[in-house]
Design a protein around this ligand. Sequence first.
Ligand code: TYM
Length: 331
Amino acid sequence: MEKNNKKRIFSGVQPSGDLHIGNYLGAISQWVNMQNKYECIFCVVDYHAITVKQDPEILRKKIIEIAKIYIASGIDPQKSVIFQQSTITAHTEFAWILNCIVARMSDLNKMTQFKDKSGNHQENVGIGLYDYPVLMASDILLYNTDVVPVGDDQLQHVELTRTLARRFNERFGDTLQLPKAEIRKTGARIMGLDDPTKKMSKSAASDLNYIALTDNPDKAAKKIMRAVTDTGSEIKYDLEKKPGISNLLTIYSLLVKKEIKELEKEYQNKMYGEFKKNLAEVVKSFLIDFQKKYNAISDKEVEQIMAQGTKKIKPIADNTLDRVKMKIGVL
Ligand code: TYM
């Protein structure tokens, strides 16, 4: 895969927990539209998933599941590369080099996601969870990536990636391409249905927090009906006063591809109940359609697609790693 004049995109999702409409609306659905404009690489980041405890059998299934979700969402394997991170060993090798040469404790101590995930147990969590952003930097930098489309919780990690690349280049001369994050204006942070002040998360305590892409569509519709709304009755986007309705308007807008302003007009003088009922129907039919596509893809097909993906892009990663190894003096 020679770099042509198109810019290159790299992004990924962890094969852990249930993938939800936050992941879909904040990241994956955005990738679909980028496939014609950019050269795209989409990764199933299994080595990131093992930074927390995983059941081996479930992990194996989840890796396949994420790749299927990519395809069912509209990622076309003819146009874009889909691959499994651990099949290209350059990722971990390069992460080690970045760890030794440019990453500092002071960088990682600033990472808010680590603080959130480790909670009060910072001394006892695995080193991998702490070092996770450096592996992510390795993923991105190995492919001379121009653009990284992610939800806004990953912005800090992409900024760190730029810092590490800049530091490397300052010391060894121009070697690594500095990437930019691309965060969508609407939907970069879908909030929890049961608590719209916190982001929708696959590790949430209650499954009323999120709608998984594999949820039973009727069950998902019920979750929308039970979603927390705000006081008052107006259907209006106002993050401060109406975080619940604003979040539902965002989801609605992205699923039906209508501006929020347009929806506000449609629902002027209507009640929350009617709005939620209609959104529940929208979510239900989205899931029915999505799952039809998902179920049409076999495990074997996905394994082949990922193997081809690895074959196609491994030379890019190996080439970057070799250049880096030469610069630091091990090759
Ligand atoms: P992960 O697996 O946690 O999430 C995958 C993508 O979904 C986005 N996302 C959301 N967007 C909107 N609202 C939400 N509530 C929401 N929750 C999650 C995330 O921002 C992400 O884009 N570290 C990454 C995976 C990764 C990666 C990479 C990404 C590893 N290497 C290289 C880009 C490039 C992660 O854990 O994403």
